[in-house]
Design a protein around this ligand. Structure first.
Ligand code: FAD
Length: 399
């Protein structure tokens, strides 16, 4: 299948071709098994490493390839069409936590994070808490300044990669020695090398089962001063830095949803020619032709938004408005496209023998994780109205 693509340079087409070959070969071959066994696909990580598809966006001086967000998007899109878990690994080794460290970290932190990612580690980003989801600023995990360093206490949940990731970027409210809040800061910690970092449990998820979602507790976790990557810088700034870096992750999440939907569409298109009923291929029925037409329109529009959002970040981070628009539109339309694709297969689509039911479970996540569709609509509204829109009752009407 080929969605009408924008003008991609020969270099980008080559990269896309490399990812497609890997995706449609060994990655696709193991996608069902990864889902069924719920095992993290370390073999896919190795293949990404060998193909130099890990750390594409990491600057060359740290061993990466210094590529831009669109390059990463092209790779993630191909991988996700075959195996969404592998697509997500490509997101988190190119965007989110690693990008935050590369933008805000010290030389030593950048080197550490780049080396770990290039060796195959998918960093975990720890923001969400049981009582602070969409309202991430309401987090209660605290980092108290003690001596020269920090002591962290709190619980995060739904942390992607919890239990397989080694590098963790943890967000917490920082308190000075007198107990005054300084704002939200971001800290680096390495699992198994940091006492007090505990993987509490794994969530039983609907889809994306090859990658663990875990609850993680920090119990009197001591960190040295050089663990601080994003300083609190007043009450709002650390959080703003986090959200800035998170725009790349949002574009990445939108890309995985796009890739899954493109993969499902390709299956439906092929099957619609093969499957005959009433003596003719089912794609000769207008009801299904219009479905195919609508699917292709949704995908082309989503791809345009995703690529545009990715390009908006060249030399920095993707634009917040474009990233939010891309994620809302793509996640919702990808769910619709996968659902329609499954319908083409009739009963077979409902079987675990075909990838459609897996894709339907996997794609459902993308209106939730990384900012829900509702919260991202708030971001879009806030941006177009150029007004802050406080969500708390006591904040209503305040600056
Ligand atoms: C598979 C998966 C992976 C994830 N990975 C990570 C990760 O690696 N790291 C991490 O930190 N977090 C992660 N998350 C958590 C994710 O970011 C949160 O689930 C998300 O921010 C929503 O928070 P919540 O689940 O607490 O929902 P809630 O905030 O409780 O929201 C419940 C409902 O209320 C709506 N709502 C809430 N506030 C508003 C508002 N102001 N306006 C309109 N509607 C509103 C929401 O849209 C939603 O429909 C992951 C989640 C999933 C499902």
């Amino acid at each position: 299948m080929s969605i009408a693509s924008t003008d991609l340079s020969p270099d980008r087409l080559k990269l896309q071709g490399l990812a497609r070959e890997l995706a449609q070969g060994p990655v696709a071959a193991r996608a069902a098994e990864v889902d069924a066994t719920e095992q993290y696909p370390w073999d896919h990580v190795e293949r990404l490493k060998e193909a130099k598809l890990l750390g594409l966006t990491i600057p060359k001086q740290y061993g990466g390839q210094g590529r831009d967000w669109l390059d990463a998007v092209l790779v993630i899109e191909q991988l996700s069409a075959a195996c969404s878990v592998t697509g997500r690994i490509a997101v988190e080794t190119n965007m989110g936590a690693i990008s935050a460290v590369m933008a805000y970290g010290s030389e030593a932190q950048k080197k550490l994070a780049a080396d770990m990612v290039l060796a195959g580690d998918k960093p975990a980003i720890c923001i969400t808490e049981p009582e602070a989801g969409s309202d991430a600023g309401g987090m209660t995990t605290r980092a108290d300044r003690v001596g020269n360093g920090f002591v962290l206490n709190g619980t995060k949940h739904w942390i992607t990669g919890g239990g397989v990731s080694r590098l963790h970027l943890i967000f917490a409210k920082v308190y000075d020695r007198d107990g005054n809040e300084e704002g939200i800061g971001g800290f680096l910690a390495i699992r198994d090398e940091t006492k007090g970092l505990k993987i509490v449990k794994r969530e039983p998820t609907m889809g994306l089962r090859g990658i663990p979602e875990a609850e993680i507790a920090f119990e009197d976790m001591e960190l040295l001063p050089d663990a601080l990557v994003i300083p609190p810088r007043g009450l709002k700034k650390g959080f703003a830095d986090l959200m800035n870096a998170y725009n790349s992750q949002r574009v990445g999440a939108a890309t995985v949803a796009l890739g899954i939907a493109e993969g499902a569409y390709a299956h439906a298109l092929e099957w619609s020619e093969k499957r005959e009923q009433f003596g003719r291929p089912i794609n000769e029925f207008q009801g299904l032709q219009w479905k195919l037409a609508d699917m292709s329109i949704r995908l082309a529009a989503a791809q345009g938004l995703v690529y545009k959002a990715a390009l908006s970040g060249t030399g920095g981070f993707p634009d917040m408005l474009m990233a939010a628009q891309a994620k809302v539109f793509t996640s919702e339309n990808a769910i619709a496209v996968v659902n329609d694709a499954l319908q083409f297969f009739g009963a077979r689509g409902y079987s675990r023998n075909l990838p459609l039911e897996r894709m339907a479970r996997d794609v459902r996540m993308f209106t939730i994780g990384g900012g829900t569709a509702e919260v991202l609509r708030n971001v879009v509204a806030s941006s177009i109205l150029k007004k802050k829109l406080p969500q708390t009752r006591d904040g209503w009407g305040k600056e």
